[in-house]
Ligand binder design. Structure first.
Ligand code: ADP
Ligand code: MG
Length: 356
């Protein structure tokens, strides 16, 4: 695709951001005289079947977000097609990707308090809970899909792999594995139905990052990462960052429970418990450590917990490592970078798929 200057009635001005497949422009809607953000999907390196698949997915994305009207979720204005380019017109979100803060190269600097971290996670949970109530499971909650304004307000974007729940149809097993390895819940890794509680798991990972500056699961290969997510209990946030009170440990561990049914049942319940932890703890003006803590060694106690987790996961668990080919051929490069990229693969993974 050559760089378009116009899509439908919208004039394109510059590139605002890009994901693995999407390119987002700043544009102008001359009719309403307002700035807009316009997302297109880059499909030139795909074959015809994949292109059809991504087009269908893009329409689903538009439909998913169009259902949602929430201050912490990007607003969709329009969806159109020009030749073979489909485009999604949205509000322009002023701000930075949260990943720009979390990434090792620290694309931008932020100072925030524990209260800010809890409020931002609360806004994310508001957005997630609202989406769930409207039958939308995001399935790719991660810092690259969250924009943060200069006032530290949260906007959730990129419903590119969202699932629309049909309340009247029973949930079938997913025919595809989607998500981003570092943020995938155990059941997502196993190719099982990624319901609302998969989003809760991912929000738990983001809360952990807000509290400690680190991801709870980090490994040099995708296979090892998936193994950790399936079986390991992360270092407690209060151990990883001593300025975080232990009352947050319980909240994080519940959000990151291996079995979906052990997690918070709703985003609202998660949010409520998080607020309680903030009030119950020594609130005040603690600044969350924004220098990256050194790699956290697991304590003896944590290791014992891991053993317990393994034992409890072994009994008729909903996630069975034998169901899946961890780090299988479906995901080719096993370096740490890929762990932050959205994956779309037909299940089971070893039958191959695309890493976006
Ligand atoms: N409405 C918007 N306003 C401003 N920037 C946006 C908007 N939507 C997306 N972006 C930027 O573009 C990037 C890619 O968009 P995204 O929808 O995540 O694409 P992909 O599906 O490829 O991941 C985002 O990470 C963000 O930086
Ligand atoms: Mg994205």
């Amino acid at each position: 695709m050559t760089e378009p200057e116009q899509l439908g009635r919208y004039r394109l001005l510059r590139v605002l951001g890009r994901g693995a497949m999407g390119l987002v422009y700043e544009g102008i809607d001359p009719r309403l005289e307002r700035r807009v953000a316009i997302k297109v999907i880059l499909t030139q390196q795909l074959d015809a079947a994949q292109r059809a698949d991504y087009s269908a997915r893009f329409v689903r994305e538009a439909q998913a977000v169009a259902r949602l009207n929430h201050p912490n979720i990007v607003t969709v204005y329009d969806f159109g097609e020009e030749g073979d380019v489909a485009y999604l017109v949205m509000e322009v979100i002023e701000g930075e990707e949260l990943s720009g803060y979390f990434d090792a190269d620290q694309a931008f600097q932020l100072e925030f308090t524990l209260e800010d971290a809890v409020r931002m996670t609360g806004e994310l949970l508001d957005a997630i809970g609202y989406a769930h109530q409207n039958g939308v499971v995001h399935r790719d909650i991660k810092p690259a899909n969250i924009m943060l304004s200069a006032q530290l307000r949260v906007k959730l974007t990129d419903f590119g792999v969202a699932r629309l729940h049909d309340r009247h149809a029973p949930a079938a097993a997913d025919s595809e594995v989607v998500g981003t390895p570092s943020y995938m819940a155990p059941e997502q890794i196993a190719g099982q139905v990624a319901g609302p509680r998969a989003d809760i798991f991912a929000a738990g990972i983001i809360l952990y990052q807000f509290l400690t500056g680190e991801k709870p699961f980090r490994a040099p290969t995708l296979g090892a990462l998936q193994h950790q997510i399936l079986y390991d209990r992360p270092a407690l946030p209060s151990v990883a960052n001593p300025s975080v009170g232990p009352q947050f440990d319980r909240v994080v561990l519940r959000a990151l429970a291996k079995r979906p049914e052990d997690r918070y049942p709703t985003a609202a319940a998660f949010r409520q418990d998080l607020m309680l932890a903030l009030r119950g703890g020594a609130a005040g003006d603690h600044t969350v450590a924004i220098t990256r803590p050194p790699d956290i060694a697991m304590s003896e106690a944590d290791n014992a917990d891991v053993a317990n987790d393994r034992a409890s996961d072994a009994d008729g668990s909903d996630v069975d490592a034998s169901d899946m080919d961890v780090g299988g051929a479906g995901v080719s490069a096993a370096d740490a970078c890929d762990a932050d990229a959205t994956v779309v693969a037909s299940a089971p993974w070893h039958r191959g798929g695309t890493v976006r």
